[in-house]
Design a protein. Structure first.
Length: 296
């Protein structure tokens, strides 16, 4: 007995997919009336009317979905347009930034080459420049009472008090930066007092008002500017020469008369000249070993 062969499987043809038309449909009054007639027809089975009612609900929900989809499509279109505008603005700003960078790079000039360091002469070393600045803001006081207290702090405090009293009398609105005695201690006469002020302005003001010390309570106080060693030697020789002129003991070989000014220029005085007649400002003690030892 022969078994019949099974027929080949029937291939279902795939139908074309229908696209959903999201465009708004015109109101169909005939369709609505036909649906109402079907639902109200009592001769139709109940299950058929139930299916039709469910289909109507699904149609209404689908209409809502289509309307919402239409709104989203409009929003998406607006966002796309804004994105295009922002992209154009971004490109425009980038081009402006590039243009500004190019303009800035062209306007900037290369820095000037560093200037060569100034050569200091033999007499203008940094140390001498510092000493010159210190000298311009310093003065030397003579005739200021020197305390003989055993404690150095007491002696220094006494000197500072005396300087402050002089400043108060001369109306100097400054605090001395440094006050110290110069030279070795001598019980017979007070040592010179070096006063360093904050600036050269106060030193000049103090020297300008120094003549008022004639009416100061403590008599015999003199103030002169701080001078370098060469200037002090020249003034000392001039004082000795003037003193010996008055005494009539000066040697003619120590005086040279200038034809231009007719003023005596002092040479190095001989050792025979006496040095007993020294005024308070002319007394130059041996300075202490301090940074200011070269200037007084």
């Amino acid at each position: 007995m022969e078994t019949p062969l099974a027929p080949p499987p029937i291939q279902n043809r795939q139908g074309k997919k229908h696209k959903i038309d999201c465009s708004p449909q015109p109101a169909d009054g005939d369709f609505d009336r036909a649906v109402n007639l079907v639902l109200n027809d009592a001769s139709l089975p109940t299950h058929l009317r139930t299916v039709v009612s469910h289909l109507l609900e699904i149609k209404e929900q689908f209409s809502l979905v289509v309307a919402r989809n239409r709104e989203l499509m409009l929003e998406n279109e607006e966002i796309r347009n804004k994105s295009c505008d922002l992209l154009k603005e971004n490109n425009s700003l980038r081009s402006e930034i590039d243009s500004l960078k190019l303009t800035l790079s062209q306007s900037l000039k290369p820095p000037p080459p560093p200037s060569p360091p100034r050569s200091l002469g033999s007499g203008n070393t940094p140390a001498s420049s510092f000493e010159e600045c210190e000298r311009k803001r310093s003065v030397v006081m003579a005739g200021v009472f020197e305390s003989d207290a055993p404690l150095s702090s007491t002696r220094v405090s006494r000197d500072i008090t005396c300087v402050r009293q002089i400043f108060d009398f001369l109306c100097i609105d400054a605090q001395p930066s440094c006050v110290y005695r110069m030279g070795r201690y001598d019980s017979k006469r007070p040592r010179l007092l070096k006063v360093v002020l904050p600036s050269s302005y106060f030193a000049s003001l103090l020297l300008k008002r120094a003549p008022k010390l004639k009416s100061f309570a403590m008599r015999g106080i003199f103030i002169r500017p701080s001078l370098p060693q060469a200037e002090r030697d020249r003034l000392r020789a001039q004082r000795l020469l003037r003193s010996n002129f008055n005494n009539g003991t000066v040697s003619h070989s120590s005086v040279i008369v200038s034809q231009a000014t007719q003023d005596p220029q002092i040479t190095t005085p001989s050792r025979s000249l006496t040095s007993d007649t020294r005024d308070p400002l002319g007394s130059d003690d041996v300075p202490m070993q301090t940074p200011h030892s070269g200037n007084m």
